[in-house]
Design a protein around this ligand. Structure first.
Ligand code: COA
Ligand code: NAP
Length: 267
């Protein structure tokens, strides 16, 4: 449906889970794809998987909290593949814990990966973006707008990511750069859900709380990113777009007392 032949896509945090699914989606549509994450073995494995679609792929180990390492990755990507048409920023950290049990370093880790990391990724990308025309997609989460117990650090961090999205849509709109957030619902087969809904039957219980009565797939999120990166979305900027089967609306309802309660975290 979408043709990304000759386009360059950079996916920060693109070596596993949803972000790897997004990287695969763009590669399957013809793009050259560059991925970044901390673990060199994950980077190598992801590059091999993404390459299997028959288009160029490369990657580099880097921590999004390290601005110099992030800048070096963008320089390498631009050298290899030219200007970047689509940037996906999806590196994130999460663990379930009540605020009273989160140390200063634990809270800082999540804030720095999500919020500072998004700032590093977006600002390091800027000189290498195709202007006008580039599309930036930050990966958010329902925690940005739905308060969830055991998720105070993630709620704060993802709300910060969405405000960066909105603010840079204003600052970079005149350059012809669109900036949006995609907010996935519960996505099956991911590290995030393994942490938040562990144990037998937990994902099935989560699916029952989704109005569409199923959990999402990595392809569901890739599909939205393929749309946002394309000319079909040329007037979409500054938006935070849920791709969640209306799950986040249900989280605000009276029938459901928060996601963490659903998966039965207790003291
Ligand atoms: N409950 C409370 N605190 C926790 C915790 C938990 N379940 N897991 C980690 N922490 C704390 C650690 O104790 C540490 O704090 P301390 O130094 O005061 O003891 C702090 O978080 C940082 O942990 P560390 O492992 O050193 O940080 P890191 O930067 O290597 O990793 C994390 C960051 C903690 C977010 C780690 O889980 C991670 O790398 N996550 C990436 C993958 C992921 O989260 N995927 C899902 C995305 S939705
Ligand atoms: P995941 O597989 O753990 O993906 C996280 C990715 O980010 C990994 O590739 C990880 O690789 C990388 N990463 C983590 N910390 C990093 C750092 N400091 N620097 C560079 N890279 C880093 O988890 P996921 O569940 O698929 O989540 C992906 C995204 O979707 C996240 O933004 C998450 O918040 C969002 N999300 C997920 C769900 C869900 O259902 N899973 C729902 C809503 C939103 P390394 O370990 O090699 O660094």
């Amino acid at each position: 449906m979408f043709d990304y032949s000759g386009k360059t896509v950079f996916v920060a945090g693109g070596t596993s889970g949803i972000n790897l699914g997004i990287a695969n989606g763009f590669a399957a549509a013809g793009a050259s794809v560059f991925v970044l994450s901390r673990d060199p073995e994950k980077v190598d494995a992801a590059v091999a998987e993404i390459s299997s679609h028959g288009n160029p792929a490369a990657g580099r180990p880097a921590d999004v909290r390290d601005s110099e390492a992030v800048a070096a990755a963008f320089a390498q990507c631009a050298d290899a593949f030219g200007k970047i048409d689509v940037l996906v920023s999806g590196a994130a950290g999460n663990f379930p814990a009540q605020a009273k049990d989160i140390s200063s370093n634990g809270f800082r880790s999540v804030l720095e990966i999500d919020v500072l990391g998004t700032h590093h990724v977006m600002t390091a990308a800027l000189p290498h973006l195709n202007q006008p025309g580039a599309s930036i997609i930050n990966i958010s989460a329902p925690q940005a707008f739905n308060a969830m117990t055991w998720q105070s650090h993630v709620c704060a961090a993802k709300a910060g990511v969405d405000m960066i999205t909105r603010t840079l849509a204003l600052e970079w709109g005149p350059l012809g750069i669109r900036v949006n957030s995609v907010s996935p619902g519960p996505i099956e087969g991911t590290e995030g859900m393994a942490r938040l809904a562990p144990g037998k039957g937990a994902m099935e219980r989560v699916a029952e709380s989704v109005p569409l009565r199923r959990n999402g797939t990595k392809q569901d999120i890739a599909n939205m990113c393929l749309f946002l990166g394309s000319q079909m979305a040329s007037y979409v900027s500054g938006a935070v777009i849920p791709v969640d089967g209306a799950w986040s609306l249900n989280l605000s309802g009276t029938s459901f007392d928060g996601f963490a309660a659903q998966v039965k975290h207790t003291d």
